[in-house]
Design a protein around this ligand. Structure first.
Ligand SMILES: Cc1ncc(COP(=O)(O)O)c(C=O)c1O
Length: 390
């Protein structure tokens, strides 16, 4: 078994609660889903929380709940998993990309404002933004909120990497600054439900839409029915189109148990990160993630950068070497504009994204997860130093 950049950590309490859920009357739409949502609200200080089938579903429902639809201009970062952009496309939106900044590797607020101004000059108004807290590092949320208020666009925080991160000392920053927040509980993430995700928001009108859209668009609240008179008790109605994005109680039982350990998990990831910081930061042409004063990184990923060009190293050979040595590294991410679907549709110019291009050349994710053994980490560090210093 190769050592991956991340993986789940499951203990006997997780297993016990999952077994309990399997023995309950309802294994979907039951009490474990409700309890998980309540715990999410408490932990992330959000007024409303909805557990769904995965993070991609959360993004899709999120876009629809904000009313984003055909030909709406939505901006996102090129340095993200494809799901962030695919959600925009899936509701018929027009995807615009803005480069990252070199400090936090998240969307650059200055470049974002320039983009908005340039679009306005062409009479194009931006409807929304999906900002991604890349690797577990919160974006510059104060600047993003300021721009959202100034130019009147809605904001989703793709928070899939950053559960357990803090911004201005708050674990619940995401739903404070964004209109809607999406999380993923895939096994590589900071907590897992197997597959799963959630939507958090502080806004009642948005929460009402999310609640309906996660289950076929079915409206069950009688006071919202179009037809008011002689409504039979079996009746429900669909006013907006959606599909089934529900999550089971079995997954949520795991989520309840995992969420209890999120603080501990992030602490362990931070400890592993600090060992990488201390041992790698002073090596020429190696760059460890920068520290940003008002934030606390959740280290879903530890993105290490090596200037392969300066060191005259080949990144493919480097990956193969580590694979043969037992380590399965990964690159996060292939920039959105490099994927043929986006390239063909939008004719993005790579020169518009100098920081993302450079980042993609240099970056890769190294092992950081709960359960990574100290001797495995030290072996990785030893091999890395030997490789780059030979
Ligand atoms: C930034 C980001 N957004 C969205 C997703 C989608 O989440 P899921 O895999 O749960 O659908 C992921 C998952 O990898 C992600 O990393």
């Amino acid at each position: 078994m190769k050592i991956n950049y991340s993986r789940q950590n499951i203990d006997k309490n997780d297993i016990k609660l999952v077994i309990k859920s399997l023995n309950s009357d309802l294994i979907t739409q039951g009490d474990f889903v409700k309890k998980f949502e309540k715990d999410l609200k408490n932990y992330f200080n959000a007024k409303y929380a909805f557990a769904v089938s995965n993070g991609t579903a959360a993004l899709y429902i999120g876009c629809k709940s904000l009313g984003w639809s055909k030909n709406d201009i939505i901006i996102t970062t090129p340095n993200t998993f494809i799901a962030s952009a695919n959600a925009i496309e899936s509701v018929g939106g027009i995807t615009e990309l803005v480069d990252i900044n070199e400090l936090d590797n998240c969307i650059d607020p200055n470049k974002l404002e320039n983009k908005i101004i340039n679009l306005r000059k062409k009479n194009k108004l931006v409807r929304g933004l999906i900002a991604v807290d890349y690797a577990g590092q919160p974006c510059d949320w104060e600047s993003i909120r300021y721009l959202a208020n100034k130019y009147e666009f809605q904001v989703i925080n793709d928070n899939c990497h950053s559960m357990g991160a803090k911004y201005n000392s708050s674990l619940g920053y995401a739903s404070k600054y964004a209109d809607l927040v999406c999380q993923s509980y895939h096994p590589v993430k900071n907590i897992t439900t197997g597959e799963g995700g959630s939507i958090l928001t502080n806004k009642k009108d948005i929460s009402d839409k999310v609640n309906i859209l996660r289950s076929h668009g079915i409206e069950r609240n009688r006071s919202n029915f179009r037809k008011k008179k002689n409504v039979p008790n079996w009746y429900y109605e669909v006013q907006d189109l959606s599909l089934n994005f529900r999550i089971s109680d079995i997954n949520c039982a795991l989520g309840i148990s995992q969420l209890k350990k999120l603080n501990k998990f992030v602490k362990i990831r931070k400890k592993i990160a600090s060992i990488y910081d201390d041992t790698l930061r002073n090596i020429d042409y190696i760059h460890t993630p920068k520290k940003i004063s008002n934030t606390s990184h959740a280290y879903h990923l530890y993105p290490l950068r090596i200037n392969f060009k300066k060191l005259k190293l080949n990144k493919i050979k480097f990956f193969n070497y580590f694979f043969k040595s037992g380590f399965k590294l990964q690159v996060h991410y292939i920039p959105i504009y490099k994927h043929p679907y986006y390239k063909d549709k939008y004719k993005f110019k790579e020169n518009d994204f100098p920081n993302t291009n450079k980042f993609y050349d240099d970056v890769f994710s190294i092992p950081n997860y709960v359960g990574l053994k100290k001797k495995e980490q030290l072996k990785f560090i030893r091999l890395l130093k030997k490789y780059v210093q030979k």
